[in-house]
Ligand binder design. Structure first.
Ligand SMILES: [Zn+2]
Ligand SMILES: [Zn+2]
Length: 696
């Protein structure tokens, strides 16, 4: 049999699309090698396309076991050797090896970025038998047929070894940090409590805990100071409008003096100013900005948004989402995309308007990415019905794409100054003169207009009412997933693809809770431990510097060996410190963990005795779980409620809409979850809640 070309992709969906695009008849043959789905296509020769399942290889220690540290000797192995539950990878790799034997040439078609390049390289080198120097590289940003065909016709002659080196370095550095620090914390806690429970921290997690800790401390230490605000309502021609006094007051006495001076007086329009502002269209989406908008508009966590965009990409509906670019290069055929979108009813009129323009020039942002353009829609009509969140994100991407080609919006701001005796008030209005791009960004760009009555300078206005308001200064606000992501981006730690995971890990480890990110006691203990004994690990500067060096390997200069050596020299003394103080660290961490476990069982206040706390408990006699009052233990309240026995029950911060009691989350073994009101008298007994997020 004649030798074929073996094309390796990162995911099964991509393999299917590439097969469909490359086969001349668009009818590739589905094959199955030991349970691994692959495809045969005819192009200018025979092609076999086989997918990976993301990373098939990973870093692990030379020495097995998990109860020792430091450990600096590492090696790359197939994932099934290092991770539990990765057994499928064994079959997968043997299938790829089998296919490689019959292949005459090799093409790496994994996603074009650090991770994808590393995935493809490892497969070529290890599974295919040192084919990494022979393999060609397919580079594309969308999974549309035209782009895949074009990219296969213009294969890059070799793999990008600088990108691969950067990827290797990143994985190795992260492994060194993660494994050593996590073990130091976990082992310390285990020695103190006798219980094994993973406590983790990593290279990026440390500095992020630091921001959160600093913010949390300033929220907790905040002492609100009182101040007073004065407002007045004026009337002109039957229309009432409100104006603010020019400043706020620090004492009540001063506030009241001014207040009294304004009573029963008439106002006079002192001055009216109007200014016009041009508001440029927003730049096209890079991943971070899209995650921020999706959080602002739909409250999706960054991780969830990334997952949704990943699915839309694999359906060829949008371009590659893991990009930091805010640019749309001219080789993206804007007109063709708009024409495609024009076939969809809801985009008919806005796209027609843009297509009528003599030329299309996108507004671009400053951020760039060598591998991919900004995120844009392909205009392809979805081949399946999309879930509501997918539809929302797709619509957002389309709206943004249309907006970048439009004109600036023109806003008019008016300010009216009103004199009441010697006192000055002012009122600000805002109107949209020309919607420009705002029309295309539609509901995502809503702006509240504030209309002022038409008045003239010198005109008298009647005072309807003067208001004196008691105010308190506000504490700094806690981070939310969107603002934390922006902060990480701003200080340049983590990468676009990993930032969402870092945040999720903090939630999973219970270092933080709630949507307005609040640090838990356990989070504080971990942070304090790191700050006291290895400050380098939580240092933003050091983390950023390392980040830059790893990035620069891509360009030139620094070598992987040098970076790894330096990382070891940072970690070694830090780990020695942790080991020397193991006892005290362990005690602090384990007492925070005991407290956390207790807190995790508190459902809410007892509605019967009002002083106790309702908790999820297990009966010693029967082993059954139930909800009981903490005052049971001192004999003051015996309130208890039954719970379903087979399910996992956990605490939520929500209350029942129908009766106001706290509700718990229950989950069956099949992972079906719903909110349960355990109040036997509740007007509505049980309701299912769909679309639960993984955010606690
Ligand atoms: Zn009670
Ligand atoms: Zn209820």
């Amino acid at each position: 049999m004649k030798k074929y070309t073996l094309v390796v992709t990162e995911k099964p969906d991509a393999a299917r699309r590439i097969a469909l695009a490359l086969d001349k008849q668009h009818k590739p043959i589905r094959m199955n090698v030991d349970g691994v789905p692959c495809h045969a296509a005819e192009n200018s020769g025979r092609i076999v396309i086989v997918p990976a399942l993301g990373h098939l290889y990973t870093v692990t220690g030379e020495r097995s076991g998990r109860d020792f540290y430091p450990t600096f000797a590492l090696r790359w192995v197939p994932r099934f050797l290092a991770e539990r539950g990765a057994g499928r990878i064994r079959v997968w790799l043997s299938a790829i090896s089998k296919l490689a034997k019959g292949a005459g040439s090799f093409v790496d078609a994994c996603d074009y970025d650090i991770e994808g390049s590393l995935i493809g390289y490892s497969i070529m080198k290890y599974a295919c038998g040192n084919k990494e120097r022979l393999s060609k590289r397919m580079k594309y940003s969308t999974l549309t047929e035209e782009e895949l065909e074009r990219s296969y016709g213009e294969l890059l002659p070799s793999l990008d070894f600088t990108l691969i080196e950067a990827g290797k370095t990143r994985h190795e550095v992260d492994w060194l940090y993660g494994i050593n620090l996590s073990r130091a914390l976990t082992i310390a806690a285990k020695k103190a409590s006798g219980k094994y429970e993973t406590l983790s921290t990593g290279r990026v997690q440390g500095p992020v805990l630091m921001f959160l800790g600093t913010r949390e401390a300033s929220v907790k230490c905040f002492v609100p100071t009182p101040y007073w605000e004065m407002k007045a309502q004026f009337e002109s021609g039957g229309q009432i409008f409100e104006a603010c006094y020019e400043k706020t007051f620090e004492t009540k006495k001063e506030a009241e003096t001014r207040y009294n001076e304004c009573l029963r007086k008439t106002g006079r329009i002192e001055k009216i100013t109007t200014t016009r502002h041009l508001q440029l269209p927003p730049p096209p989406f890079d991943l971070g900005t899209l995650q921020g908008e999706a959080y602002r508009l739909f409250a999706y966590t960054p991780k969830r948004t990334l997952e949704i965009t990943q699915r839309l990409y694999l359906d060829a509906l949008i371009s590659y989402p893991r990009t930091s670019s805010q640019k749309l290069p001219s080789n993206v055929d804007y007109r063709a995309i708009l024409r495609n979108l024009n076939r969809l009813h809801r985009y008919k009129s806005p796209t027609a308007e843009l297509l009528a323009l003599p030329s299309l020039k996108p507004r671009e942002g400053t951020k760039d990415d060598p591998a991919h353009p900004a995120i844009y829609p392909t205009g392809i009509v979805p081949g399946r019905s999309l879930a509501a969140p997918e539809e929302k994100i797709l619509d957002l991407v389309i709206g943004r794409f249309m907006a970048v080609f439009s004109t600036p919006a023109v806003l008019q701001c008016a300010r009216i100054y009103i004199k009441v005796g010697n006192q000055l008030f002012f009122s600000t209005g805002r109107t949209l003169l020309m919607p420009g791009w705002r029309k295309f960004y539609g509901p995502y760009a809503c702006m509240e207009e504030v209309l002022l009555p038409s008045l003239e300078e010198g005109q008298k206005v009647k005072i309807e009412k003067v208001l004196l308001l008691d105010r308190f200064s506000q504490p700094p606000s806690r981070y939310n997933p969107g603002s934390l992501l922006r902060k990480m981006e701003k200080v340049q730690i983590g990468t676009k693809s990993t930032r969402a995971d870092v945040l999720q890990t903090l939630y999973d480890r219970r270092y933080v809770k709630n949507e307005r990110i609040e640090m838990t006691d356990l989070g504080f203990e971990v942070l304090e431990t790191l700050k006291d004994y290895c400050p380098a690990v939580v240092s933003v500067e050091l983390t950023r510097e390392l980040e830059h060096r790893m990035e620069k390997i891509q360009a030139t200069g620094d070598t992987r060996e040098k970076v790894l050596d330096d990382v070891v020299s940072i970690l070694k003394p830090a780990l020695e410190q942790l080991k020397a103080k193991e006892k005290i660290i362990g005690e602090k961490l384990s007492s925070a963990m005991v407290k956390r476990r207790l807190e995790e069982r508190i459902v809410g206040s007892c509605p019967v005795c009002k002083t106790g706390k309702l908790m999820i408990l297990h009966s010693r006699k029967t082993g059954k779980q139930f909800i009981g009052c903490s005052n049971y233990f001192n004999g003051r309240c015996s309130t208890s409620f039954a719970l379903p026995q087979e399910n996992l029950v956990s605490v939520t911060s929500k209350v029942c809409k129908h009766c106001g009691w706290p509700i718990v989350l229950t989950r069956t073994r099949r992972r079906r979850a719903w909110m349960l009101c355990f109040n036997p008298e509740c007007p509505k007994k049980r309701r299912r809640e769909s679309g639960l997020q993984n955010m606690p």
